[in-house]
Design a protein around this ligand. Structure first.
Ligand code: ADP
Ligand code: MG
Length: 362
């Protein structure tokens, strides 16, 4: 039964696509080990992430969305290192209802769509039964040896700080997803807080809602951006827990201070702002700083690369926004339009509450 399930939903759907990667995928599904060839002159990058039902996704999420997001969050880690995908393995724990064929079919097709879009063959995995669905993925990637891998310790005083996409939009999407399930009270046990968030969400138009839900449910791994930035960026990371917490990693590892400009951060919401015009700037900033699940890239680069970075943004049609600068010192600081500076605490302190659910890896 288990072999049949693996054959039907993973081996066969990926067979043709995997065969096209024969130069790097020497042996795939169906043997004791997968065997991969790393291209000459390249090094290997490896990253794993696990998604568990009820923690990282809703039990009623469509199976194709669960599988695609599980792979997307892994690919995002490769992107953050400037690596290109070589393949991925899939460890699945399946409760009985998930082994049913329509469920497996759509799980498999969501996975295939994203994997093929990013040239990432499925090289193997493990399948077991268990009490709740868990999807654990390991991605393998490669980059030329000369590439420094965007280590978080590489930020230097005088560099610019950039972000891709719309940081915070995915958190707005998560709030919409909770509201649609009538579960906002789990995130906001305090009634006044709950009413405030409800009012905020009720003010969103359908277009804003769709954009936000899209960002939350279907993050786009920025693989192409990561490779294009190899010669331009120094430190880089993907945003999964909100800027305030994530930037703390660059601060700690590079031994620097990061100064954000609130106006620039708001500009990253550029085209979206017309759809969310009822959101106060302070709410947008809180979403970006304290949110999560963005899977956008955040990187530092020297000012003389600004023109080339703008060109990368144009070529790939991915918005890139300069949001701050690297200074001597320690910590994350926000400068407002009036020039006032305040420290940004490393963890969210309840403006939009700290949700128990989704995305935050431990
Ligand atoms: P073994 O007993 O050697 O560990 P398994 O029965 O676990 O082998 O798996 C058989 C083959 O199917 C292996 O090649 C394994 O990599 C592959 N496989 C198992 N589960 C999955 C999965 N969820 N996705 C892709 N390949 C899988
Ligand atoms: Mg096994």
């Amino acid at each position: 039964m288990e072999f049949e399930l693996i054959r039907q939903y993973f081996e066969e759907p990926f067979a043709c696509f995997n065969a096209k990667h024969g130069h790097t995928l020497l042996r795939g599904i169906g043997d004791d080990c997968a065997q991969l060839r790393i291209p000459d002159g390249h090094t290997l990058y490896v990253s794993s992430d696990t998604s568990v039902q009820g923690v990282h996704f809703f039990p009623d999420d469509p199976p194709q969305a669960i599988s695609a997001k599980a792979l997307a969050t892994n690919l995002s880690d490769l992107a953050a290192c400037g690596a290109q995908p070589l393949g991925f393995s899939l460890n699945l724990t399946l409760p009985a209802p998930c082994t049913e064929s329509t469920w497996m079919q759509s799980f498999s097709s969501g996975l295939y769509q994203l994997a093929s879009a990013h040239d990432c063959p499925l090289v193997g995995g493990d399948t077991t039964r268990g009490p709740c669905l868990a999807v654990s993925i390991t991605v393998y990637g490669h980059a030329p040896k000369a590439h420094h891998g965007f280590h978080r310790s590489l930020a230097q005083v005088g560099q610019d700080l950039w972000v891709s996409g719309v940081p915070g939009l995915a958190r707005l999407g998560m709030l919409c997803a909770y509201q649609a399930r009538d579960r906002l009270n789990e995130l906001y046990p305090q009634v006044d807080h709950l009413l405030q968030i409800r009012a905020l969400l009720d003010g969103l138009g359908p277009q804003a809602r769709a954009l936000a839900l899209g960002a939350f449910e279907s993050p786009l791994p920025r693989i192409q951006l990561g490779t294009a930035l190899r010669p331009l960026a120094s430190a880089c990371m993907d945003l999964s827990d909100g800027l305030s917490g994530d930037l703390g990693h660059i601060v700690a590892q590079s031994g620097v201070a990061l100064h954000l400009q609130s106006e620039d951060l708001l500009s990253s919401w550029g085209n979206i702002r017309q759809h969310v015009n009822k959101l106060e700037p302070s709410v947008i900033l809180a979403l970006a700083l304290e949110g999560g699940d963005d899977y956008e890239l955040c990187f530092t680069a020297w000012p003389h690369h600004r023109g080339e970075i703008a060109q990368v943004s144009k070529n790939l049609q991915i918005p890139l926004q300069r949001v701050g600068t690297v200074h001597a010192g320690r910590g994350v600081f926000m400068h407002d339009a009036a020039g006032l500076q305040r420290p940004v605490p490393p963890v969210s302190y309840n403006h939009l509450a700290n949700p128990h659910h989704t995305g935050e890896s431990t």
